[in-house]
Design a protein. Sequence first.
Length: 379
Amino acid sequence: MKDAMNASNLSGLIHPNGDPIRLNKQKFVAIDRQKDTTYKATYRPQALYSRADNGFHANHESFLLHEVATNLPIYREDTGPTDFHLHLPPGGFQLVLVTSGAFAFDYDGSVFYVGPGAVMLQSAIVHRQLFYTWSGMSTEENLKTPQSVVPDSMILGYSGKFIEAFITDPTSFPNPTIVAKESINEYETARTAWSHPLHDRAPGAKFWFQDPLSLQALYKPLATSIRSNSVVYLRDLEIEKPSGELVTGHIIATDPTDYSLLPKTMSGKADASALAAGQVAMYRIIRGSAEFTDHTGKTTELVAGDVITAGKDSVDLTGIGENTQILRLGLLNGMEKLRSWTPTQRDEIDALAGQIVEQSETRPLRTDGDDVGYLYKPH
């Protein structure tokens, strides 16, 4: 631990070899195609991960977006609920956007039952995945099922999937197991996690949950030059402040031709200027299709599962099809004020495991207690 503390004067995100990690502020466009992607059981056997690697590398490996697809039933001995664990990424940023099926997540003892469209933002909170749906389909069929950010019954019936994002690569920061699966007592839950002075959570960052049917999540019509045969709507994920002003997040969407799918509000218009935020922008097509035009005038069409990553003013969303849903993330300058974990620090923290939790309490009702996120103590 002494080595980790002695390195506390390090500033800026860095690669393990010491090279700095910065947002790519040049003109660039990188595309990750769903048809070319690979899925790997990187962390747990029940989940397959598909990374937007072209965008990750083009943006100096500062921000990772990947899809997580549940692929095995929950009742197997090697799957099921996860352990209690902790992520300590730079700046306190882990984003989860559910896109199919249903999940139950436990964040510091508060359980969230979530389906398509639910958004969670957290870091340095002891958590686990309690439940997920599995359709029983083969891997090949399962990976082709449609996704959505609207909680309709068909999408809820598929295997659980979500889009997940981190600042830098999760393998570069500590991810300690706090309580192993076989040692979990369901009548107790970890209450107070440990905070480390090198984990420089951005000012104002906190746990955030947005229900897709909450008033704040309703879609507003967007006055825009985007070419479309129907009205274009915008949903603000409201993650800019909870992330410590590191990232903005929105869903750009259209209805199917024959019926109204998106939960809407007509009280006001969406703020189109929100779609200009960010030194780097990432667009992930959840469903449908969209057309993008880059700074050279080249036009590219993307379909469900594709991701485009681009420097500021390097690409514009110029066309959007019917029944289309697009996640847009704008990466802000605050990211460059964060610090990295060195490999030594990461290994030392991972080795502490259960020692990181300072306290546990019995909760007669698992929702009793302070709001999720209080356990992150200022330092």
